[in-house]
Design a protein around this ligand. Structure first.
Ligand code: ADP
Length: 285
């Protein structure tokens, strides 16, 4: 099974004709609350891609926390390790204008309190086929989980987003590093070279792999892309499932590229990752 350690937010999305300037009040068109956060998005993407998925993270004891827990559960994600801590859930306040320009304020809330693992979390990580992490929770928790996984020979897939310097004790535990081109540039060649398997996503061009003794590119299927938000999360979730299932890197990247491409064909915010039968259909053609 795929164990995801990461963030979960409620995205509070408003649309307006133009973004308000400082001090300005504008009339909005719509408002919606949509589950988000890279951890939750990738967990749901992995579940849709056919994985058995457990999520480790935290929400607050507010009504967003209850709704986020239900959203994960509704997507088939195991939430036994989801903590409901005192205080506010993580949120992202998003304003989008007619040109699709946006402003975003992220308040980590309960995500900021995920500083390490409980004993039960450790057992779940040790029993995983793969551990999937991002960097939207304190890095101390990611380092600790990656260490537990590596010590138990559980592969660690890290999507270092938002990009930052990666401490060597984290890099040493990583099996597969998944970055887009911006993250690759921010993280630097030395860090990229130090991991056994490196995957760089290339947008519409697909993805590049570099591993023991080999490197290659896999193309993404041509699709009519409507909204590329969520493509990276769909890619990463599907890659984790394929890797956990023991697919070779080329086959795993092919499934991930199909999942990422399909995610761009769905408009709007929120999880746009495809179900496994849709991935199967396009991988076969
Ligand atoms: P991110 O969204 O994290 O910046 P990318 O833009 O590289 O990452 O997209 C992730 C993956 O989604 C790509 O590797 C590709 O498989 C797929 N993808 C993204 N944009 C397109 C597109 N326009 N057409 C087809 N596939 C796409």
């Amino acid at each position: 099974r795929v164990v995801v350690l990461g963030s979960v937010n409620m995205d509070l999305v408003t649309t307006t004709s133009h973004l308000p300037a400082p001090g300005e009040t504008v009339l909005g068109g719509s408002f919606s609350t949509i589950p988000g956060g890279k951890g939750a998005n990738q967990a749901i993407a992995a579940a849709r891609a056919g994985g058995t998925v457990a999520f480790i993270g935290a929400v607050g004891d507010d009504h967003f926390g209850a709704a986020l827990g239900e959203a994960l559960l509704g997507a088939g994600v195991n939430v036994e390790q989801l903590r409901h801590t005192a205080g506010a859930s993580g949120i992202a306040a998003i304003v989008v204008d007619e040109q699709a320009e946006n402003t975003i304020v992220v308040v980590p809330g309960a995500n900021g309190g995920v500083l390490g693992l409980t004993d039960a979390d450790r057992d779940v990580v040790r029993g995983a086929d793969i551990l999937l992490c991002q960097l939207e929770i304190p890095i101390s928790a990611v380092i600790s989980a990656a260490g537990v996984a590596a010590a138990a020979d559980v592969p660690v897939l890290l999507n270092p987003s938002p990009a930052r310097d990666l401490p060597s004790d984290l890099l040493d535990a990583v099996t597969v590093l998944v970055v887009n081109e911006g993250e690759a540039a921010a993280i630097g060649d030395d860090a990229l070279r130090s991991v056994p398997h490196l995957v760089i996503t290339l947008g519409r061009s697909g993805a590049r792999y570099r591993g023991p003794g080999t490197s290659f590119e896999v193309s993404a299927p041509q699709v009519v892309a409507i909204d590329t938000t969520g493509a990276g999360d769909a890619f990463t979730g599907a890659l984790a499932v394929a890797w956990a299932a023991g697919l070779d890197p080329r086959a795993a990247l092919q499934r991930a590229c199909v999942a990422g491409a399909l995610a761009t064909t769905t408009p709007g915010a929120g999880v746009s990752a495809p179900e496994s039968d849709r991935i199967d259909d396009l991988v076969r053609t």
